[in-house]
Design a protein around this ligand. Structure first.
Ligand SMILES: *Cc1c(COP(=O)(O)O)cnc(C)c1O
Length: 368
C-alpha cells in the first residue's frame, strides 16, 4: 500500500463526525433486491413510477429521470434552446456542474454575484449582466434557501431552477419545480435524496418533456456529440422512490438539527464575533448548515476541525476563470464559508462535539 493511502485510512478512522451520512433502512435494501430479482435492471417499470411520483410531489405536469444532476441541467438547457455561443447567467458561487453543462453545449457561463444574506444569485446583478446574447438564466436554491425566481420572471428569458439543494422547498404556496421553465434535481448520494447517482428534469412544458425523453438516449439516432447516455436505471429509480417517501421526515430531521446548531452556536458567535450563523427563513429546507468565518479562511478552520475528528467541508469549489467579472460577495463566500455536518441521522451528541470543536478552533485562532 502506498504511503498516501495509509495517511488517508488513518484520517478516515479518526473522523468522529462525518460530513455526510445516508439515511436508509430495510425498504431500500428490499427495493434494490426486488429489482435485481426481477431481471429488469434498466428500462423497467421503476423509472416511470419514480417520474410519476416526482411530478406529483413537485406539482408539475412532467418529470423525466436522467443519469445525473449535470445531465438534467445539460438537457434542460439544450431543450430550452441554448446553443453554441449563447451566454447563460449563473450564480458566481455555485457548483461547477452549471459551468460544465453549459460548456458541453458550447455556451458560455456568465458568473454573476450573489447576496450575502443567503448566498443566492443577486437579482440586480443578474439584470445588469443581461446582453443580447443572454439565452437563459440558472438559479440555484443554495444550501436550501429559495432562489429569487419571482424577481426575474419579467425578463422573458428561460429560467432554470437548480433544485439539487432545494427539493421539497415550498414558496408562498407553490412548490419548487413549477416556478421557472424547468427545475432540475440530483440524486447523488450526498444530496437531499440519494440514489447513488441520478437526476431529473421537472417541467410543465410538454415539448421540453418530450425533448429530454428523446435525448437521454442515443440508441437508433444519428451521431451527435451532444447525444450522450443520460439514462437512469431501475436500481437507482427504486432507491429514489424509497427516498422520496422519506423526504418529509428527512427534511424535518434536518431542520431540527439545524435549529439545534443555531441554539448551541449563537452565544459563541455573539461572544467572539468569529463567525456568522446562516439566516433561517420560512422559505428554506436545510440541505447544508453553513457558517461564515469573519476573518479566518475556511480552509484553516476545516483543517483544524478535522484534526479534532470533525469532518467539515468547503461547500463549493471556485470554478471561475481569471477573466471573469468581479464578484466580491462570491469571492468572500469561496474563502470564508464552512459547511458543518448536517443530515437526518445526526445525533445531538455529535452536534455537541461539532460545537465544542468549533469553539476550541475559534479560541486557538484568536491566539494565533
Ligand atoms: C450536485 C449538484 C449538481 C450536479 O448533480 P450531479 O448529480 O452530481 O451531477 C448540480 N447543481 C448543484 C447545485 C449541485 O449541488
Amino acid at each position: 500500500m502506498k504511503k498516501s493511502n495509509h495517511v488517508q485510512l488513518n484520517f478516515e478512522r479518526s473522523i468522529r463526525v462525518p460530513h455526510n451520512r445516508l439515511t436508509f433502512g430495510e425498504e431500500e435494501v428490499q427495493a434494490v433486491a426486488d429489482v435485481v430479482s426481477s431481471g429488469q435492471w434498466a428500462g423497467g417499470p421503476r423509472l416511470a413510477e419514480l417520474e410519476k411520483a416526482l411530478a406529483e410531489r413537485a406539482q408539475v405536469t412532467y418529470a423525466v429521470g436522467v443519469a445525473s444532476g449535470l445531465g438534467a441541467l445539460r438537457l434542460a438547457l439544450k431543450g430550452l434552446g441554448v446553443k453554441p455561443g449563447d451566454e447563460v447567467i449563473v450564480p458566481a458561487y455555485s457548483c461547477v456542474a452549471l459551468a460544465n453543462a453549459l460548456m458541453a453545449l458550447g455556451a458560455k457561463p456568465i458568473p454573476v454575484d450573489v447576496c450575502d444574506s443567503n448566498w443566492n444569485l443577486d437579482p440586480e446583478s443578474a439584470r445588469l449582466a443581461i446582453t443580447s446574447r443572454t439565452r437563459a438564466l440558472v438559479l440555484v436554491n443554495t444550501f436550501g434557501a429559495a432562489a429569487p425566481i419571482a424577481d426575474l420572471q419579467d425578463l422573458n428569458i428561460p429560467l432554470i431552477e437548480d433544485c439539487a439543494h432545494g427539493f421539497g422547498l415550498q414558496i408562498d404556496g407553490s412548490i419548487m419545480g413549477g416556478r421557472g421553465d424547468a427545475a432540475v434535481l440530483s440524486f447523488c448520494a450526498t444530496k437531499l435524496m440519494g440514489a447513488g447517482e441520478g437526476g431529473a428534469v421537472l417541467t410543465n412544458k410538454r415539448d421540453l418533456d418530450e425533448f429530454v425523453h428523446a435525448w437521454r438516449d442515443y440508441g437508433d439516432q444519428p451521431p451527435d456529440p451532444t447525444r450522450l447516455n443520460e439514462k437512469m436505471n431501475d436500481l437507482e429509480a427504486a432507491l429514489a422512490i424509497c427516498q422520496l417517501r422519506r423526504l418529509d421526515s428527512m427534511l424535518i430531521a434536518r431542520k431540527k438539527a439545524a435549529l439545534y446548531y443555531s441554539k448551541c452556536l449563537a452565544p459563541e458567535a455573539k461572544r467572539t464575533g468569529a463567525f456568522r450563523l446562516p439566516q433561517s427563513s420560512e422559505n428554506q429546507v436545510w440541505y447544508r448548515y453553513v457558517i461564515e468565518m469573519t476573518s479566518a479562511s475556511a480552509s484553516i478552520v476545516i483543517e483544524r476541525l478535522r484534526r479534532r475528528g470533525i469532518h467539515a467541508e468547503c461547500p463549493v469549489t471556485d470554478w471561475r476563470s481569471d477573466d471573469a467579472a468581479q464578484c466580491p460577495t462570491a469571492d468572500r463566500a469561496y474563502d470564508r464559508l464552512v459547511s458543518l455536518p448536517l443530515y437526518p441521522t445526526l445525533q445531538p451528541g455529535e452536534q455537541q462535539m461539532v460545537c465544542e470543536a468549533l469553539s476550541a478552533v475559534v479560541q486557538e485562532l484568536s491566539y494565533a
